[in-house]
Ligand binder design. Structure first.
Ligand code: MN
Length: 366
């Protein structure tokens, strides 16, 4: 590039104008990213042109965003928002992985005696006296747009679950999760057994994703409820990972039993977002804990001691993203049988604007 001598800036001047240190400028020159416009053959001093300031600032910003030097030249040759979006998504995945690792460290070092998000202690919703009679029904729908239903539901005598698969092979992940959960809980139908079965489900999804290149990166959420013995009777233990949810309808009032492992839920808990803002946040589908992302996962567990007339709902995000709590509450309170209520909720959800699969399991504890 030929530039007029009076336009030339010393490396110090140029550095001050563009925000890149002289040392960085020298390394970017070596990398072929930003070459000096001129070099003094006697002193070796480098000079840059005024016209290079714009490119240098772009490099400084991309570096601040953590974009590798090796990728910057090709990006600046043809800058697109698609590529930026892609890097941002990679960042979300990386953040989720690191959060998972922190959570694993806590568990590994047995640090989590204090109540904390990474491994909340079991919470008991006090109420009635056990689980004498259970009736349950389930429904799942692909929705109007998706090519596959990646949700899976499980309806067993004393175990119920929904799972929402994601990534290429997500439909495999959700099925592996519920099937592994079923066999694990059958072998050990206790609270510990259900939590272990959830961890086992994680391992099964993860191992399968490792061994099959077509399934790399698949994962799934899981929300399950199993009948377990307590000191005096029986209760339902709800375990979950990710943003599939359990709701309890008790005395006509709907309350959420699970806290999503998601980016937006963390912001809500930190007081930085309201529930309503979280519902429409562009990153509401970014999860901080998922089955299949690593060899270990920490499920949350909540014990529900049932009261007469309690209704428990397990559902995937395709359902609760489309329906207001009051609508969920209305359908659950309508008095229809569990299977009918599940079907009605799913039918209503997929009739809305969303594109997702929707699934529900309704359990009556009477
Ligand atoms: Mn979903």
């Amino acid at each position: 590039m030929l530039v007029a001598v009076d336009e030339l800036l010393t490396i110090g001047e140029f550095s001050a104008r563009c925000g890149l240190s002289p040392k960085m400028l020298r390394s970017y020159a070596v990398a072929g990213l930003l070459s000096p416009a001129a070099v003094d053959r006697t002193s070796g001093y480098r000079f840059y042109g005024q016209g290079q300031i714009h490119a240098a600032r772009a490099i400084a910003l991309l570096r601040r965003a953590g974009v590798p030097v090796a990728d910057i030249a090709s990006f600046l040759a043809q800058p697109t928002t698609t590529r930026l979006d892609h890097w941002e998504q990679e960042l979300d995945v990386e953040t989720a992985r690191r959060k998972q690792a922190f959570c694993d460290v806590r568990e590994h070092l047995a640090l989590d005696v204090e109540p904390a998000d990474a491994s909340r202690p079991r919470v008991t919703l006090n109420g009635g006296t056990g689980v004498p009679n259970l009736a349950a029904g389930a429904a799942s729908d692909i929705g109007p747009v998706r090519a596959r239903n990646q949700d899976a539901v499980l309806l067993d005598a004393e175990l119920f679950a929904v799972a929402d698969g994601m990534g290429s092979g997500g439909e495999t992940a959700s099925v592996i999760a519920v099937e592994t959960l079923r066999s694990g809980f059958a072998a050990n139908p206790t609270a510990e057994g259900l939590i272990d079965a959830c961890r086992e489900a994680n391992r099964a999804v993860w191992l399968r994703a490792q061994s099959d290149p077509e399934l790399t990166g698949m994962g799934t959420t899981l929300a399950a409820a199993g009948v377990v013995k307590t000191s005096d009777d029986e209760a339902l233990l709800v375990v979950h990972v990710g943003d599939s949810r359990a709701y309890l309808l008790r005395n006509g009032e709907l309350r959420r039993v699970t806290g999503d492992h998601s980016f937006t839920e963390a912001l809500v808990r930190a007081g930085e977002l309201t529930e309503q803002e979280a519902r429409v946040h562009p990153k509401r589908s970014v999860l901080t804990r998922v089955l299949g992302m690593g060899p270990e996962v920490v499920p949350d567990a909540v014990e529900v001691v049932p009261d007469a007339g309690d209704r428990l709902l397990l559902c995937t995000d395709g359902l609760f993203n489309e329906l207001e709590d009051v609508e969920i509450s209305q359908v659950l309170s309508s008095g229809s049988a569990p299977g009918m209520a599940a079907e009605e909720l799913v039918r209503l959800a997929v009739s809305r604007v969303g594109h997702d699969n929707a699934s529900a399991v309704v359990i009556d504890m009477d």
